[in-house]
Design a protein around this ligand. Structure first.
Ligand code: SF4
Ligand code: SF4
Length: 147
């Protein structure tokens, strides 16, 4: 059985605005990792605006916690959405999405096939507590247990 995904550390998934949504649990874990209060985390590192808070990016378009040559500088405290990629709901329920992310994420192994990607993804998400419990606050990209 081949691995459906193995990160190649290219950093593509740490690039882009607004995608790293943080649930209250994510905020608490990341703030604790940084040794600051949640309010300080949100004022310094979250995008302004209403809705679910998300991490802001730097001028280079990468997440504010991404460093060239180093990768994620808050790895133990990173949000669930970072832990779950590429096993996002869309990529699990739709094989076309899975095909499309292969250009973007070189860690996805096309040879494993979509069914195996789904099987390994669900197993990984369950084992790491990355299912969406509360749709009001959790990122939409995470699957619900019933999905
Ligand atoms: S895009 Fe894929 S291979 Fe690149 S860092 Fe993100 S998970 Fe790893
Ligand atoms: S928190 Fe870390 S893993 Fe998540 S987007 Fe930022 S740099 Fe990447």
């Amino acid at each position: 059985m081949s691995l459906a995904f193995e990160c190649r550390m290219c950093g593509h998934c740490c690039h882009g605005e607004g995608g790293i949504v943080m649930s209250p649990r994510d905020q608490e874990r990341l703030a604790a990792h940084l040794g600051i209060e949640v309010a300080a985390l949100l004022s310094e590192y979250a995008r302004p605006g209403s809705g679910k808070p998300s991490l802001r990016t730097g001028e280079d378009g990468y997440c504010v916690f991404f460093a060239e040559g180093q990768g994620c500088t808050v790895h133990p405290g990173r949000p669930d959405i970072c832990r779950a990629w590429p096993y996002f709901r869309g990529n699990l329920i739709d094989s076309t999405s899975w095909e499309m992310i292969q250009d973007y994420c070189p860690g996805v192994n096309p040879a494993a096939g979509h069914a195996e990607f789904v099987r390994q993804g669900r197993e990984y998400l369950r084992a790491h507590g990355l299912l969406r419990d509360d749709p009001a606050v959790d990122p939409n990209a995470l699957i619900l247990d019933r999905d």
